[in-house]
Design a binder for this molecule. Structure first.
Ligand SMILES: Cc1ncc(CN)c(N)n1
Length: 214
């Protein structure tokens, strides 16, 4: 299901995973003030993402009927704990004081979307599709910065490794498998909603990268 939707929305998926900001990290031309803008905004995003993932965890425990769903999501939540610590140390390294960073419009809109996805009326299959999309865009994007022939600056490889590493790729595959399994049994209405939600995630991700332009 998901691969069919990605084929259908290929240009949007490419826009989300090969944004100029990401390409500039890979080719070494990245403007460091863009990186700092992204860092500050993403720190704020991750703080909003934690309650969303906690909600996915609760739903995985209650609704999935598969014990492994909860374990996969719990692994994601645990890595967000490390991620927040990583952001704090990167903030000090780059002189970005998160207490003064103001959430920009694209970030606020993405947060509102996450909140809407926490409603009990949103089907588990739809929530899982959104969750996969959010994680997969970062995985694909940052793995691209580490691929053969990259000129990623050494001081940015930590960021790229965080989401571009093989463990994170495996975790995204597990989330994708959960979403696929749920979508196989979903109603027509849920399938329409899941596709729409995936498109909206991709649009939010593009808008998020766009903030780095300043
Ligand atoms: C905007 C955004 N999208 C996804 C991720 C990966 N959790 C993130 N940190 N920030």
């Amino acid at each position: 299901m998901i691969d069919t939707w990605l084929d259908k929305h290929r240009s949007l998926y490419t826009a989300a995973t090969r944004h100029d900001f990401v390409v500039s990290i890979r080719d070494g031309s990245v403007d460091l003030s863009s990186f700092k803008t992204w860092l500050g905004q993403d720190y704020l995003f991750v703080r909003e993402f934690v309650p969303f993932v906690a909600n996915v965890l609760i739903r995985a425990g209650k609704e999935s009927g598969e014990t492994s769903d909860m374990e996969v999501v719990l692994g994601g939540l645990a890595s967000l704990n490390d991620e927040i610590e990583w952001f704090k140390s990167e903030g000090s390294k780059w002189g970005v004081d998160f207490s003064t960073v103001v959430s920009q419009k694209a970030n606020q809109e993405y947060s509102r979307f996450l909140e809407a996805m926490m409603g009990s009326e949103v089907e588990y299959s739809v929530v899982m599709t959104a969750f996969w999309g959010i994680e997969a865009v970062y995985q694909e994007s940052f793995a691209h910065c580490l691929g053969d022939g990259n000129k990623t600056p050494a001081e940015l490889t930590g960021a790229c490794n965080r989401w571009g590493n093989d463990g994170f790729r495996q975790y995204c595959l597990c989330v994708k498998n959960i979403a696929e399994r749920c979508l196989e049994n979903a109603s027509r209405e849920a399938l329409v909603e899941a596709e729409d939600v995936l498109v909206r995630v991709l649009e939010h991700e593009v808008a998020f990268w766009e903030m780095s332009r300043g």
